[in-house]
Design a protein around this ligand. Structure first.
Ligand code: GLN
Length: 492
């Protein structure tokens, strides 16, 4: 077995047993990146020398018996997390030369626990998208291809670089963020696991903001347990983020072994989308069958307001984005395009620095927040948001978790859906309700479609009950025994 094929848990155990060193492990990933990144474009920036320094320090710590939870384990960081001294672009031309003077709390937590950072992964510009096609640094290619067809597919978005890197074995795991589905949908498209924890579980400090009331950080990795290990390091209270929850971080990895005996699993009837692939419906039923066999009770439930979640999201998210993105004015950050006066400087900078999807969101957001339309759109959207949360609160009084498909389709081809923003937005129909309500959601690879592409199942849970979500996700993972491999991966 190649070192790059190890799960994060197995690599950790191998390092502790001194079967190999962090330097060897890190070199294996750096070679894999050198071989495959020119094709996949999963990394915007590779920090090879820094990674080697961190690996050497990790080996010294391990030799001295000072290993921590992640000592010596090579990870990738979504290029939305500020990394001190390392360029952070958010996938945008406007931040092309931005070198943060500080480290995000989440990445700092990973460094505190001994992780090695391989580099910064590609994403849709400012995390706006479901395909990774909107990055100013080029599209990311999904390491999976359809059987008998070499067409380049999207890895999903916005954390497409992180998901492609983990699936292709260019990193053991990666950080990601999820505002409407950007951890779970790319995990589903790339055949890996990913969790958006409860809003407030991870600090948003030092993460480039998209929509502040929805944004949440989380991990992607090749197993549910690996996600649990990573989240255990990433999570925790941070006084620098006023929405960060002051709660203890449980042992998420231990929860993966709990099993589902006696749990009540809800099946929301509104999650049957028109035109959903029949394999997705079949996989969903199969997943419920696996849980029933392991002792769970399956219960039909109703989330009557979830049909409004996507429309409401596309008011709230652009509104907050238009406000957050006002700071990119050419004065304080990175790229600037000069003009004759201050207004021209702003206009020229923003016209040159933002791509079309970001401009569309700023326009929509400014419109729905404008004096004449605020009550009709933004205020009403906030009221519906409260109803979406109430649906979940009611349902979680009766069931312990919900299981649904993660996305209405498998990965699609690069360029598809680009001329139809509404078709693109439909990718998030199953993931967005968790952001609107703040609840945790995990995607687990559970099967393949007719053309050999991975499909994920989503587990939703009560706020701050990621442990049950991990228990259900790990039970699905054990039953699915998902062992298919992408065509493009290290050593293939
Ligand atoms: N696809 C959604 C959007 O474009 C979600 C993105 C995200 O979660 N960051 O807004």
């Amino acid at each position: 077995m190649m070192l790059t094929d190890l799960t994060l848990a197995a690599a950790r155990d191998g390092l502790r047993a001194r079967r190999f060193s962090s330097v060897e492990l890190t070199e294996a990933f750096l070679s894999a990146i050198a071989a495959l990144n020119p094709t996949l474009n999963a990394f915007i920036t590779v920090t090879a020398e820094r990674a080697r320094d961190q690996a050497r320090a990790a080996d010294a710590a391990l030799a001295a018996g000072q290993g921590r939870a992640l000592t010596g384990l090579p990870l990738a960081i979504k290029d939305l997390f500020c990394t001190q001294g390392v360029r952070t672009t958010a996938g945008s031309r406007i931040l092309e030369h931005f070198i943060p003077p500080y480290e995000s709390t989440v990445s700092a937590n990973l460094l505190r626990d001994g992780a090695v950072f391989l580099g910064k992964t590609n994403l849709d510009e400012f995390a706006m998208g479901s395909s990774n096609m909107t990055s100013a640094f080029g599209a990311v290619t999904n390491p999976w291809t359809r059987r008998g067809d070499n067409a380049a597919l999207v890895p999903g978005g916005s954390s497409g670089g992180s998901a492609a890197a983990v699936a292709a074995r260019l990193a053991l795991g990666a950080t990601a963020t999820d505002t409407g589905g950007s951890i779970r949908q790319p995990a589903s498209f790339c055949g890996i696991a990913g969790i958006k924890p409860t809003y407030g579980r991870c600090s948003r400090w030092g993460i480039v903001a998209f929509a502040s009331s929805l944004d949440q950080a989380g991990p992607v990795a090749r197993s549910v347990e690996d996600c649990a290990i990573l989240l255990g390091s990433m999570a925790g209270h941070d006084p620098r983020d006023s929405t960060s929850a002051d709660r203890p971080v449980p042992d998420f990895a231990a929860a993966c072994a709990r099993g589902v005996k006696g749990l009540r699993i809800g099946v929301p009837r509104q999650y049957r989308a028109d035109g959903m692939a029949p394999e997705i419906e079949a996989l969903w039923q199969q997943g419920l069958g696996w849980l029933r066999e392991q002792g769970a009770e399956i219960v039909d439930v109703s989330l009557p307001h979830s049909k409004y979640a996507l429309a409401t999201y596309y008011i709230v998210a652009p509104a907050e984005a238009s406000s957050n993105l006002a700071r990119y004015d050419g004065v304080r950050f990175s790229s600037r395009t000069e003009g004759d006066d201050l207004d021209a400087l702003y206009e020229n900078t923003r016209a040159a620095g933002f791509g079309p999807e970001v401009k569309r969101r700023v326009l929509i957001g400014t419109y729905v927040l404008s004096a004449g339309y605020y009550d009709a759109y933004y205020l009403r959207a906030q009221k519906i948001r409260a109803l979406i949360l109430k649906d979940f609160t009611d349902v979680f009084a009766r069931v312990d978790a919900l299981v649904t498909p993660t996305a209405p389709s498998a990965a699609f081809a690069q360029g598809e859906k680009m001329s139809d923003p509404v078709a693109m937005y439909l990718n998030d129909v199953f993931t967005v309700p968790a952001n609107m309500s703040g609840i945790p959601g995990l995607s687990v690879p559970a099967g393949l479609d007719a053309r050999g592409l991975p499909l994920g199942l989503q587990v939703l849970g009560r706020p701050f009950d990621e442990e049950t979500v991990f228990a259900v996700g790990a039970a699905l993972e054990r039953a699915a025994g998902f062992a298919a491999l992408p065509a493009m991966r290290a050593g293939a």
